[in-house]
Design a protein around this ligand. Structure first.
Ligand code: WTA
Length: 695
């Protein structure tokens, strides 16, 4: 399988100019958590793995560990072995002495007529205890059991997560925008018998009935052989029924009612081993089946706490707003666990960034005096397009901003810096993944200059490397792209794929493992499945995925998952999904489908395909285009050439097609998609050019 990025030096030279350095302001540097350059020395390779004590020491341990890193069974690393702790205690209880009356979470409803709601650390403590009592004493759940949480961005989501963590229950949060079917499949895979829902939520001015998804999820799980015996339903508004879906007697319970029985209940935090799993987070990979990334308690919490402190520069006095959804890894690590472990005030916003208008984010920032802001390039592009001058109208001051999830074009970066950050806020461009728990590459905000469009050097204690397809290192400044890998283990790396150790090894370690028998971590580089270029100054520029994953608005979608969904439409014979460049969302899926011989009504099938994709996966997978074509381009051995379809959708050169089994179809599809006349060909971004290369 060839998954390497294009290594054509001239190409990269033409399309990438080194941007100038931008220095952080002295004001930021003066107050930064990480301002002593000696930290670089402390995290050098000769101090690995003990350097990560610095992060673990930011936590309260019930029992201190005896071994920082156990490498005896690679790549199943163990961190802080022998230690015990509780994640909820670290995020809530331990702050009470000093910060009980300080805001822990501030909920901002989408509607501006509904007031914001602040939860202090004391209130969070009370509520988490009560919910833990429901989970333990009403549901009969205990440490190690799994609970699937399919909820929107409301306070009760982190409350439920923390209640699970208090008991050592492994939570699996499914992004609220995923469909009931997607949630049900994940619940079945994790072996959850309890699901937690919200009845409804507001999005883009509309009330979404979310409880309907619960019924579909339970049915889907049942079809997979997993019984969900309890569905706990939070009400978005106390005492009001916002959902039209009936509660199923003996299965569905309003949390509100259950909590009546557990008023003021106290549940002692369960001390778990450092390696006890804290949560699962399902993500898309190269096959149709999402994988449950399993994260450990001690290493994960240490890593997100340390990186939140050093790279997000969170102090307890800060008001920190990460606009991601808690249903993704960014929300887990950098809305909930990292910030709360540092006693921060973390803002949770229910809605979309530009509702009801392009000034909304900046009004929230002004009203709450947010000083740390964290979002994705898609949101930045969207806000810029909707209101390029809006930030200037509001009196807020960010000291720090993050961009995460996709590569950012220097032009959008500059708007973020100049207009949103008012040339005062330092920017970190953090590159990482669901699998990695926390940041892999980023600048140290007070110590390294920023460079638009580049993420930065490896984070402290992370030693990245770029390999070519043959495992040869591509050195800094070579001007060639390759596969970015991490040479060493770190505390935030996932433990395994839930119930699938083989897939874990295969997917992330087999490609560049130097010796499968070795217990030396140096023989086990982590393969990230991203293409990257390393500049002479040690800054990485991430080019995008080298596998079948497409990054839609910073969210990972597997093209194979979408194809599987298309194939459930009875009229569809074959389907291929490719990325197409979108001005705002970065990439979107385009679907090519051929129909079974007796089908005539193509237009109708297109609609059905869109509806089916939304039902099986969710609205985020809605395609930019569906093309019903007479046939798909194939090799003589019958493989679909997705690379050619990606080229057509993006007006790129389709290359040599003469060796195909059906070369004539390419021109036919091209005319259908691009129109009759000749079109101006485009160069296209790296990930699109590489897409489908492995076929
Ligand atoms: C991409 C999100 C460029 C990358 C935290 C990665 C990025 C995938 C960046 C993981 C960045 C993430 N610059 N690309 N700063 N951050 N990516 O698992 O392709 O949802 O592999 O985790 O997003 O997406 P995931």
């Amino acid at each position: 399988m060839s998954t390497v990025a294009r290594t054509d030096a001239s190409h990269i030279a033409v399309h990438w100019k080194e941007e100038d350095y931008v220095q952080p302001s002295p004001k930021f540097v003066g107050q930064a958590n990480l301002s002593d350059p000696a930290v670089v020395e402390r995290f050098k390779e000769e101090h690995f793995p003990e350097c990560f004590r610095e992060y673990a020491d930011m936590l309260a341990w019930d029992r201190y560990w005896h071994t920082t890193l156990d490498t005896s069974n690679p790549p199943f690393w163990k961190w802080f072995v022998g230690g015990t702790l509780n994640a909820c205690y670290n995020c809530v209880d331990r702050h009470l002495a000093k910060y009980k009356n300080k805001a822990a979470l501030i909920f901002v409803p989408e509607s501006e007529t509904e007031p914001t709601y602040t939860l202090t650390y004391q209130e969070l403590y009370i509520r988490v205890n009560e919910v833990a009592a429901v989970l333990r004493d009403f549901c009969g759940l205990k440490a190690g059991d799994r609970v699937t949480i399919h909820m929107p961005m409301i306070l009760e989501l982190p409350i439920t997560m923390l209640a699970c963590a208090r008991l050592g229950i492994v939570h699996s949060v499914v992004f609220g925008g995923f469909s009931g079917e997607a949630a049900g499949l994940r619940a079945a895979d994790s072996g959850s018998r309890v699901m937690v829902y919200a009845d409804a939520y507001y999005r883009n001015g509309k009330l979404i009935d979310h409880k309907t998804s619960a019924d579909i999820a339970v049915q889907t799980a049942a079809n997979e052989g997993q019984t969900i015996d309890k569905v706990l339903v939070w009400r978005r508004k106390d005492g009001q029924d916002l959902s039209n879906t009936a509660m199923v007697s003996g299965r569905d319970y309003y949390m509100e009612d259950l909590l009546e029985r557990f008023r003021r209940a106290k549940v002692a935090p369960v001390s778990v081993g450092a390696e006890h799993p804290l949560f699962l987070m399902y993500t898309s990979g190269t096959t149709g089946k999402p994988k449950g990334c399993q994260h450990r308690t001690g290493g994960y919490l240490a890593y997100v706490t340390g990186t939140s402190k050093y790279y997000q520069d969170i102090h307890p006095e800060d008001v920190y707003w990460c606009m991601a959804d808690i249903g993704w890894i960014t929300g887990h690590s950098y809305i909930v666990y990292g910030p709360l472990a540092l006693a921060a005030t973390s803002v949770i916003y229910e809605g979309v960034p530009n509702y009801p208008d392009a000034g909304r984010c900046w009004r929230i920032a002004e009203q709450l005096d947010v000083n740390i802001f964290h979002t994705s390039p898609t949101a930045i592009r969207l806000l810029r397009k909707a209101g390029p001058d809006e930030p200037l109208k509001y009196n807020y001051r960010f000291k720090h901003m993050t961009t995460v999830g996709e590569p950012i074009e220097p032009e959008s970066w500059r708007w973020y810096w100049e207009v949103v950050g008012k040339r005062e806020a330092v920017i970190v461009d953090t590159w990482w993944q669901t699998e990695t728990g926390g940041f892999l590459c980023t600048t140290k905000p007070a110590l390294d200059p920023m460079k638009a469009g580049s993420t930065g050097p490896g984070a402290l204690g992370i030693y990245p490397i770029i390999y070519d397809e043959h495992g040869k290192e591509i050195p800094a400044g070579a001007g060639r792209a390759g596969n970015v890998c991490i040479r060493n283990p770190w505390p935030g790396i996932m433990q395994t794929i839930w119930k699938d150790n083989d897939r874990f090894v295969r997917q992330y370690y087999s490609k560049y493992c130097k010796d499968p028998k070795s217990t030396d971590w140096r023989d086990w580089p982590y393969f990230a499945a991203d293409g990257a270029v390393l500049a002479g100054d040690g800054y990485y520029r991430i080019l995008g995925r080298v596998d079948d994953v497409i990054n839609v608005a910073g969210h990972r979608l597997g093209t194979k998952e979408i194809e599987s969904a298309c194939l459930t439409v009875p009229q569809v014979a074959e389907a291929a999904v490719v990325p197409v460049v979108d001005e705002i969302k970065g990439r979107m899926p385009a679907i090519y489908a051929s129909l079974k011989p007796d089908v005539t009504d193509g237009a109708h099938v297109s609609e059905q395909i869109v509806a089916t994709v939304e039902t099986i996966i969710g609205k985020i997978a809605r395609p930019k285009a569906v093309h019903i074509v007479p046939d798909l381009p194939k090799t003589r051995s019958g493989k679909i050439m997705r690379r050619i379809l990606a080229a057509i959708s993006n007006r790129m050169d389709t290359g040599d097609v003469t060796t195909l089994a059906n070369p004539e179809i390419v021109e036919q599809i091209r005319k259908q998609v691009q129109g009759e006349g000749p079109v101006e060909l485009q160069e296209g971004p790296e990930d699109v050019k590489r897409f489908g290369e492995q076929e």
